[in-house]
Design a binder for this molecule. Sequence first.
Ligand SMILES: [Zn+2]
Length: 252
Amino acid sequence: MFIDTHCHLDMLEKEGVSIADAISHARKVKVEAIVVNGVNPSHNREILELAKKFDEIKPALGMYPLDALKLTDLVIEEEIEFIVKNKKKIYAIGEIGLDLKDEELNDSFEKQKIIFEKFVRLGMKLNKPVIVHSRKAELQTIELLEKIGAKKVIMHCFSGKMKLVDRIVKNGWFLSIPANIKYSEQFQDVVKRVPIENLFCETDSPYLHPDKKWPNESANVLESYKKIAEIKGLKLKEVEKKIEENYKNVFG
Ligand SMILES: [Zn+2]
């Protein structure tokens, strides 16, 4: 089976694509596990509801850094309790992380770090992987994860320097490669230097369509698998099997 380890399928409806259709497109190409990542309390609840309807949906509950900044400490604490209460239904903690895409986010960075650390520790407590966003804050994200001592880490759509890619591998963590690797040299370079034992594939649907269209869907995760096979000189079947093993080890 093929696996999409990071997407936001719950956002598709708003883009005019029914979730049932997206799941059926995925099924047709053997994408049988779709880790849908929550970004705030309402999305987290919606994802748990969707998982009741579709076996392929594997919920990850999280708190996107920019969404987190709009919430009070109390709401954040309540969300952590909510996730603990639902621990049996979830496969990962995500999407969580740090973001410095705009300069104005510097002011909130300490707060972002405090919230991120709470969710990383939650993942460790529940023995679930954390799926991590690190836009324009790659080094700071890695440093904090190292300080906390996190082990089951998946860096999603990682766009940092190759030196940092090496550090992720040395830490025994994972990189999940988006389907836009089809044209993105950054991700092609990542795949060239990272052993397959440290890779996952994702779509980040509805974002990052491999042909720069909108919206992206989980079925397109095949583009990541195909490109990895091409770069590593492996058969698609071998890449499928290896990544399924990674999935069972980390999410199982
Ligand atoms: Zn995402």
